[in-house]
Design a protein around this ligand. Structure first.
Ligand code: HEC
Length: 150
């Protein structure tokens, strides 16, 4: 029962964030954004992160919505560091972002199920396109990994 509710909430939350994301992309278009690739038509990893993820994860787990969440959103620049082997777990991160497959050891939190959200709100029906979008995010996250205090 609780699971169903939190699943629904995740989707609604995801949809709300997508709406916000679209708004911020429109506003970014009016401002002095240095990155011309920030458009809805031509997605890239960084632009997607700014649009969909920063509201919770921020730069270092400190997005504007972070305080409202039961489970704090992790600092996504420290994924590799938090693992003992220091390697970036590409496939696992892909699966976590997609969220449709349950991952052992990964809590429910309020992390939206992007596999569902991208599919519903952006009308991405093609599984390959959906995976490509998630891959862009994964590659972006991999590129921002760091060691703390350095
Ligand atoms: C509504 C807030 C919210 C948004 C928006 C959000 N996340 Fe999350 N995310 C979370 C929370 C909370 C967790 C921790 C979940 C848990 O452990 O149960 C999390 C966990 C993660 C993790 C797992 C990190 C780890 O080290 O295990 C990844 C990867 C991640 N998010 C990526 C993303 C990406 C990419 C986006 C944008 C497409 C995104 N998140 C958007 C809240 C959010």
């Amino acid at each position: 029962m609780r699971k169903t509710i939190s699943f629904q909430t995740s989707i609604q939350l995801g949809a709300a964030i997508l709406a916000l994301a679209l708004l911020s992309q429109i506003m970014a278009g009016c401002g002095d954004s240095p990155n011309k690739a920030v458009t809805v038509e031509k997605p890239n990893g960084r632009a997607m992160y700014v649009s969909y993820c920063e509201i919770c994860h921020g730069e270092h787990g400190d997005g504007p919505m972070a305080d409202m969440l039961k489970v704090p959103p992790p600092d996504l620049t420290l994924i590799s560091y938090r693992r003992e082997d220091g390697k970036f777990p590409e496939a696992q991160i892909h699966a976590i972002i997609d969220g449709r497959e349950k991952i052992a050891g990964h809590g429910q939190g309020d992390m939206p199920i992007w596999g569902v959200t991208f599919h519903q709100s952006e009308g991405i029906d093609d599984e390959a396109v959906l995976n490509e979008r998630i891959d862009m995010l994964v590659k972006y996250l991999e590129s921002i990994q760091r060691k703390p205090e350095e």
